[in-house]
Design a protein around this ligand. Structure first.
Ligand code: SF4
Length: 247
């Protein structure tokens, strides 16, 4: 989808204004303004239901448990992740789960033998994550994410509020360290993803995730790929590796 220049400029102005408003605020204060105050319009939260997902979902549930929670179901997740989606939303009292999935018709064209992850992971992510995500999130004005600056080099400089396609991406946990995330999860006794106890530190699709002592080294091991192709670049475009990048 290509946004008009005026719409893109309007979103960028709005993001800049919100970044000013959110400067110095903590995650709960930002979530209050977004979820309860509606300062960025219709809000959803995007969750991977991975190893750290419970923290943002707990904070969101405290503000409004009916906030739509979008789960990108690539149809390649671990069975443990699919069970965790159900268990965690129940435990937190979240009432509006939205599954964004690639259709079987789309997959018959883009990944007919189900092995695209091995031959072209960027195109696999594009078909299984990017396209379903855009189709679902275009219905919202802003999307809350659990992205943090410590996670990858690409994220080190990210703003709390960014422009992505036709919506704002809001990262209230941007400055949380891994230790802070884990300490909060312990303090709140949040249900852990069942694979964490088996040595998984960052959990995505089953074919592309393995146990690792090093954070993130367990994702796309053996390649330099660090992002799914579903997040944005500094110029406000969705990163669509292996596809048209003009948004
Ligand atoms: S993480 Fe792996 S299986 Fe999942 S969409 Fe990307 S390449 Fe495909």
């Amino acid at each position: 989808m290509t946004l008009g220049t005026n719409k893109t400029q309007e979103l960028r102005r709005k993001a800049a204004k919100l970044n000013e408003q959110f400067a110095g605020l903590n995650a709960r204060q930002i979530l209050s303004r977004v979820i309860n105050g509606g300062v960025a319009g219709r809000a959803a939260v995007l969750s991977s239901f991975g190893a750290e997902a419970a923290v943002l979902l707990k904070l969101v549930a405290e503000k409004n448990p009916a906030t739509p929670v979008v789960f990108l179901d690539t149809r390649k997740h671990f069975p443990e992740t699919l069970a965790y989606v159900e268990n965690l939303t129940d435990a937190l009292g979240l009432t509006t789960l939205v599954r964004a999935r690639p259709s079987y018709g789309q997959l018959a064209v883009s990944d007919p033998d189900g092995n695209r992850h091995a031959t072209d992971p960027d195109r696999c992510c594009y078909a299984r994550k990017t396209l379903p995500m855009i189709s679902t999130l275009r219905n919202f004005d802003c999307v809350l994410t659990g992205r943090k600056r410590h996670q990858t080099d690409d994220r080190a400089q990210m703003d709390v509020v960014e422009v992505q396609e036709s919506w704002l991406s809001i990262n209230p946990l941007a400055d949380w360290s891994l230790d802070e995330v884990r300490a909060y999860a312990r303090e709140m006794a949040l249900p852990a993803h069942p694979l964490v106890s088996q040595g998984f530190q960052s959990i995505g699709c089953q074919p592309c995730t393995q146990p690792s002592e090093d954070y993130r080294a367990g994702r796309w091991a053996g390649s330099d790929k660090t992002e799914c192709g579903i997040h944005i670049t500094k110029d406000g475009k969705v990163r669509r590796i292996g596809a048209n990048t003009n948004g």
